[in-house]
Ligand binder design. Sequence first.
Ligand SMILES: Nc1ncnc2c1ncn2[C@@H]1O[C@H](COP(=O)(O)OP(=O)(O)O)[C@@H](O)[C@H]1O
Ligand SMILES: [Mg+2]
Length: 242
Amino acid sequence: MSFEIRKVIKDFGGIRALDEVSFQMSQGTITGLIGPNGSGKTTLFNLLTGFLPTDGGQILYKGQPIDGLKPHQVVELGIIRTFQITRVFPKLTLLENLLVPTRTNRIGNLLRSPKTKKKLDKAQRLLETIGLEAYMHEPASTLSFGQSKLLELILSFMIDCDTVLLDEPSAGINPSLQAVINDWIRAENKEGKEFFIIEHNMDVVMNLCRHIIVLHNGRKLAQGEPAEIQQNEEVLDAYLGD
Ligand SMILES: Nc1ncnc2c1ncn2[C@@H]1O[C@H](COP(=O)(O)OP(=O)(O)O)[C@@H](O)[C@H]1O
Ligand SMILES: [Mg+2]
């Protein structure tokens, strides 16, 4: 079991953003988290990653309670969230940024080690994917906001971790780029990384995720395989009513 959430509650003043939400995520999958705006998706990610305390219930990861942990302690367990990666260093080049997780930022040293040579190849292929290979030796400060977001996304593919949480990774991305990014997510998943993805684009969710959890008004409305979710009347109503 990856995450196991038991009757989790989160209140903001008088608003109950999460109302006794329970589910289990089996290990090694790609799970989607969907729901209309304001349904509590980002709040749930904040609880899972130690950014906010819960007001009730329990959160387990691989059988261990993790509620109450600080964000850096959650990272140490192997759970990474894209915006948590504050490692887009403006003065380092794009390539250096991607190689920081290997703990040596001297390209010359990297080339001498076969393992890090593999990382360098991967970083270059990822930069090609997002169309920034021509800028690999430019400082990250030259990137636009959208490009920095993409850099952050591919950084999550470089980092050694078990679980990656992505909050709307496809926002502002064109369909052809989306397709290659999906291929990377699938490839990383095959290598053993699991993904938990908040996503608005239904085509992406249905195509990429093996399991989907639906939130509505802070409650879990449904959970199941894409085909089941697509035919769920309550889910359709929740979206149409939004
Ligand atoms: N830090 C906060 N302070 C007060 N209210 C919040 C805060 N974060 C979220 N909320 C409220 O909690 C509810 C769920 O928000 P959110 O988790 O961002 O939804 P989603 O990501 O599904 O769009 C909304 O009503 C939102 O206004
Ligand atoms: Mg959100």
